[in-house]
Design a protein around this ligand. Structure first.
Ligand code: URA
Length: 312
């Protein structure tokens, strides 16, 4: 069967070479999974031609090698748009020019000293899981702010301790509070699609929040709560030492960079946390409220994808 193989974006070349095709029920399951990603791309305004055959190559996971699936595009997206065109797996996207440093206004309650502190030496990869586990145990017993009284579980974070990218959300919602895991509700499902769209999945990244306990009634975290929890996030980042940080929403951006203006004004500008590039992006919940803005997510994901490629 003729299949157009896509460039594999962030995967190392050897992953690609060891990829294999799957058949039967396994293929159907993969195609179903990828159809969601394709829909997401279409919602972002990315153009595909009817009849395009897209082969998706997944990273190796759960003891299995790479897998590939072919999805056939049967319809044209409703609203063609000039930018972005296609995901980076088809062709390299143009590098964006470096823009001037942003205006940063530090929120007074947050500890800028802590934010700007220098790094200790990087932790050997083998030691990271144990360090994260002991930090998670500390977080589980935390009573530094009032959120401790109303939480069911603390939500420490999940993912790979050697990840190149850490996604930082705001704080757990109701489902996350019940399960003790970040981004497992509706916003989490969208985040999964966003990851898939740039050929990543949860096991390859680390996902954390600014506050580790649910603000009651899904209200925003208050600054004293952010300030109380800030150190935990910073320790997570020190342990993992990612190459880039992706902020999901304004609280992550505020906590990591001190930028307390809107995400809209921050997007596309260069930010750093202790020298690590920080990408400012909207929270997935924002796209659930305003699906028409999903293209912004795609643009930011392309930025991330480019950064990871450049750093490889
Ligand atoms: N929103 C967040 O910011 N974090 C979660 O874990 C879930 C929803």
């Amino acid at each position: 069967m003729e299949q157009s193989r896509l460039q594999s974006g962030p995967y190392p070349a050897d992953h690609r070479q060891s990829s294999r095709s799957v058949a039967g029920g396994e293929l159907a399951a993969l195609q179903t999974a990828w159809r969601g990603v394709l829909e997401y791309w279409l919602e972002c305004g990315i153009e595909f031609r009817s009849g395009d055959r897209l082969e998706f190559v997944t990273p190796p996971s759960r003891g299995r090698g790479n897998q590939s699936a072919v999805v056939e595009v049967v319809a044209q997206p409703a609203a063609p748009s000039p930018l972005p065109t296609r995901p980076p797996f088809f062709r390299p996207v143009e590098r964006e020019p470096v823009v001037a440093a942003p205006v940063v206004t530090a929120a007074p309650l947050l500890d800028a000293g802590l934010r700007d502190a220098s790094f200790p030496a990087p932790l050997p990869v083998a030691e990271r899981p144990a360090r994260l586990a002991s930090l998670a145990a500390e977080v589980a017993g935390c009573t530094q702010c009032g959120l401790a009284k109303t939480r069911t579980h603390t939500v420490f974070g999940v993912g790979s301790p050697e990840s190149s990218v850490v996604f930082v959300g705001e704080g757990p919602g109701a489902e996350e509070d019940l399960r003790g895991e970040p981004f497992v509700g509706a916003a989490g499902k969208l985040l999964d699609h966003m990851l898939r769209a740039i050929a990543l999945d949860r096991s390859q990244v680390f996902i954390a929040n600014v506050v580790k306990c649910r603000p009651p009634g899904n209200r925003n975290p208050q600054l004293p709560e952010v300030a109380a929890c800030q150190g935990y996030l910073f320790q997570q980042l020190e342990i993992i030492r990612p190459r880039t940080i992706f902020c999901l929403g304004k609280f992550a951006l505020l906590c990591l960079t001190g930028h307390d203006d809107t995400v809209g004004r921050a997007r596309g500008k260069p930010f750093f946390w202790r020298g690590i590039p920080v990408i400012a992006s909207y929270h997935p919940a924002y796209y659930l409220r305003t699906p028409g803005r999903k293209r912004a997510a795609w643009e930011d994901l392309l930025r991330l994808s480019q950064q990871l490629e450049q750093m490889q």
